[in-house]
Design a protein around this ligand. Sequence first.
Ligand code: G3H
Ligand code: 13P
Ligand code: ZN
Length: 335
Amino acid sequence: MIVTSKAILETSLQAYKKGNPFAIGAFNVNNMEQMQGIMMAAKETNSPVIVQVSRGALKYAQDLYLVNIIKAGAELNPEVPLAIHLDHGNSFETVKRAIDLGFTSVMIDGSLMEDSKTPSTFEYNVKVTAEVVKYAHDLGVSVEGELGTLGGIEDGVGSGQTHLTDPDQAVEFVERTGVDALAISIGTSHGAYKFKNEPKLAFDIIEKIRKYLPDTYLVAHGSSSVPQELLDIINQYGGDMETAKGVPLTALQKAIVCGINKINVDTDIRLAATGAIRQFFVENPKAFDPREYNTVARKAIAAEVKKRMEVFGTAGHRDEVPNWGLAEMKKQYNS
Ligand code: G3H
Ligand code: 13P
Ligand code: ZN
């Protein structure tokens, strides 16, 4: 069942309000095996899921291939509530293209300029985000914005505190843009090398923003846990990722208790596939059939996603998600 991300995230928010918080994993997809692995995990754990696609993924797979792979996953698993989400949209045009393709949810990341590198001003962010919200809501599509710049507290990416989301500014941002979901900077960062020292998240910032914005879905990007056991497999079978470090699952659980609703995971899926494929080739030096190594990769992806659905508490919440597709949300936004 393809729904908007609002339908899925509302389930998480209501659970938080009832004192029983859980979060939704949003998993990045670049190819068929990743989609299949994610759907295997969602089905096995009775979880709703947000499947997200970056601009890099759209370019790599060609957008039509990727969207149709995702739609096939939804059609083959009609019992799984699924939102198709654009990750880090950089411009109105990118968002429009995603909506034309059938995405039910989009992110406009106005914290950065269109090059996705240069930090923007608050006014630029408000302007581009509000423009997207107006366009998307008219069509029933959910919108995620971002305030603050991702980058670790201690890892030298960015310069610490000044890049973390300011809770007062978050209130102004949500009021002026009308976003459904807000990605906040709390010390996480993208990729496999998140911390040089001990992982540290700004839980106080989540708590404040949750208190100030009780009806906004809060999103943690850069939330892969970079499990040591996956690094060990990669390193044992010819890789070199000695210094990689992620956000421990226990810290993510604490972030959920503080009010996070959506947790973005991409790197862990990449690590699972890489480890499985590396091991496969070392153990099967004569192998050359992509169906064989992609099968072990798919299994490893499914296991990692399943673990997160359990740890984030998503498992078992499938049937609580309302059937809010684009038509229903169009009515709700316009009422
Ligand atoms: O937000 C970043 C995601 O991990 C997507 O990464 O642009 O390499 O596909 P990508
Ligand atoms: P990771 O690199 O930690 O998996 O983050 C993914 C992400 O935030 C996608 O938007
Ligand atoms: Zn991200």
